[in-house]
Design a binder for this molecule. Structure first.
Ligand code: B12
Ligand code: SF4
Length: 491
């Protein structure tokens, strides 16, 4: 088959700080290629809809697969699938990815027959068999593991035995210079582990992967790094280096090959404290940036989110990261119940620490425990507003005042690392990038005011809504959230 794989457009509010290569889709692409198909990949984060239509009309692919990790991209993907169905009535159109896995039935209904099936779980495990089945008898694709169609759904999705069994088809992503992460410009992505054994209430990483945690083989992962041309590398792992042995073995392999890169990774405070030797070693290898999901700076908040870490441990982790000379970014979750005083307290705290502090809005996502308990309270079910920058739950402050406080606080926090102040500190780096024609980082420094705007965020609530998120079924329990079965969790 001639297959086109598509990643949707970036969400406006995350585009400021980064734009990353679609690693999951590259893995699906490689698995399809190994199964004998001719594959193209179009990333709408760096290409336009015009390029999509040009490809459709010129190549007339036999199959189109959309990646749908983010709920806010649902309307775009459904509309593209509907329009593609009109242009190519016989094409096999399917959707996969993180969010798609939790709302498969709804997606099929929104698309009204334009989407043949939704693939739940890990795409590289099934895409070959799916395309094979679609070639012979489309009416039976739903019999495959993880596949859902309007006719029915197959057995639970398969779990890949080795996350490094397939290597991402990086050669299929074009305009790679557009991928960046702050100062890491350009930046590629890599996966050293998959899944998370914790179970925070607002997160769907653990329900997606059935609380499993799989690690890449250090030798194979280091080999993969040698194939990456970009000087910056983002580790997509939910929690990097949970097991010290893997972190050290990887470091050993990388040092042995003489690989020099700059890295950005995400981990937890308790993992950093437990494995500080690993992070020290990685600092020597080029680790520059560390993202810690603090989520709350009060004990009650941490308990509510079930972070399973104490406040003092989180602060100790910040100290530890500073002592290692790492630039740390932290995330705090702004609850819609926050009053002006609470925002003021956060501003004060954030200005008193050297870290980059991000503020996102508490958003119940399908696949999370919060979704089961909070969905019925949502003031909107417009998919586009589920992007952690909008309030979808009732706010204590009037909505306009909430956005003023939120954006005002984000502006104060951003001033620490964007604009003139940042340029003064990073002028030399910016000049060097500019000379190489890399301008993503430089542009980032000025984008904030154009993108974040309290009035626009409020106005987003007034847009006509075509597709609405459905509510969870009455009495639905946590067990029903899992995509990959939790059996045999730790591998
Ligand atoms: C890396 C990452 C990012 C990167 C994005 C990289 C990229 N270009 O895709 C960055 C940092 C940009 C990012 C940003 C955000 N993220 Co994010 N992100 C992740 C993270 C940690 C890993 C994703 C990843 O690369 N995994 C590794 C690859 C191999 O897996 P994968 O992409 O899921 O692909 C597999 C399957 O999904 C499937 N698949 C994927 N596509 C397709 C397509 C087809 C056709 C098929 C068959 C299968 C298939 O097969 C793949 C291989 O197994 C996930 C958590 C998670 N564990 O998934 C959160 C996660 C997806 N992000 C989340 C959120 C909330 C966000 C933000 C809104 C947060 C913010 N603070 O701004 C933004 C918005 C992003 C945007 N659209 O602009 C939520 C999603 C919530 C939701 N339901 O929408 C997640 C689940 C985190 C969480 N725990 O809540 N994110
Ligand atoms: S927030 Fe982090 S630690 Fe908590 S379940 Fe999600 S990935 Fe794991």
């Amino acid at each position: 088959m001639d297959l086109l794989l598509v990643h949707p457009s970036p969400l406006m509010y995350s585009e400021i700080y980064l734009r990353l290569e679609p690693l999951g889709l590259e893995l699906v692409a490689e698995a399809a290629r190994r199964a004998g198909h001719v594959v193209s990949l179009l990333d709408l984060q760096v290409f336009g809809h015009w390029d999509f239509w040009r490809h459709i009309h010129k190549r007339r692919p036999d199959a189109i697969g959309f990646s749908l990790n983010y709920l806010a991209n649902v309307p775009e993907v459904v509309d593209l699938a509907r329009a593609a169905r009109l242009a190519l009535p016989r094409a096999f159109i399917f959707v996969g990815g993180h969010s798609a896995s939790f709302i498969a039935g709804e997606l099929l209904e929104h698309a009204g027959g334009a989407i043949d099936c939704v693939v739940r779980g890990e795409g590289e495990a099934i895409v070959g068999r799916l395309l094979e089945a679609a070639t012979h008898d489309r009416s039976r694709v739903h019999e495959l593991p993880g596949v859902v169609s309007l006719t029915g759904s197959g057995p639970p999705p398969l779990r890949v035995p080795n996350i490094d069994g397939v290597t991402p088809a990086r050669d299929l992503t074009r305009r790679r210079r557009k991928y960046f992460l702050g100062m890491l410009d350009p930046c590629a992505s890599i996966e050293f582990s998959r899944g998370c054994p914790w179970d925070c209430t607002f997160c769907s990483a653990w329900t997606f992967y059935g609380r499993s945690y799989r690690q890449a083989d250090p030798q194979r992962a280091a080999e993969e790094l040698t194939r990456i041309r970009e000087p910056g590398v983002f580790l997509v792992d939910d929690v990097a280096f949970i097991h010290a042995e893997q972190g050290l073995a990887l470091a050993e392999e990388i040092a042995r090959r003489g690989i020099r890169k700059q890295y950005y990774l995400e981990t937890r405070g308790d993992v950093l404290l437990r494995n500080r030797e690993v992070f020290r070693r990685w600092r020597q290898l080029g680790l520059r940036y560390l993202f810690l999901g603090l989520e709350a700076v009060d004990a009650e908040g941490l308990r509510r989110y079930r972070k399973r870490i104490g406040l003092d441990h989180n602060f100790e982790a910040l100290e530890c990261a500073r002592s290692l000379g790492l630039t740390v970014a932290v995330n705090l979750i702004a609850d819609p119940s926050w009053e002006a005083e609470r925002f003021a307290a956060v501003r004060e705290w954030a200005q008193s620490v050297p870290e980059i502090v991000h503020l996102t809005v508490n958003t119940p996502y399908p696949g999370t425990e919060t979704w089961l308990s909070e969905a019925s309270r949502c003031i909107t079910r417009d998919y586009r507003l589920f992007d952690v920058q909008h309030a979808v739950l009732p706010t204590q402050l009037p909505l306009d005042r909430f956005y003023e406080e939120l954006v005002g606080t984000q502006r104060v926090l951003a001033r620490k690392h964007l604009g003139w102040q940042a340029l003064r500190k990073t002028a030399w780096h910016a000049v060097r990038l500019g000379l190489r024609g890399q301008t993503n980082f430089l542009r980032m420094l000025w984008k904030f005011s154009r993108v974040y705007n309290a009035r626009r965020q409020l106005a987003d609530h007034e847009r006509p809504v075509t597709y609405e998120l459905g509510l969870p079924a009455a009495g639905q329990g946590v067990g029903s959230l899992y995509v990959l079965s939790p059996a045999g969790a730790r591998q």
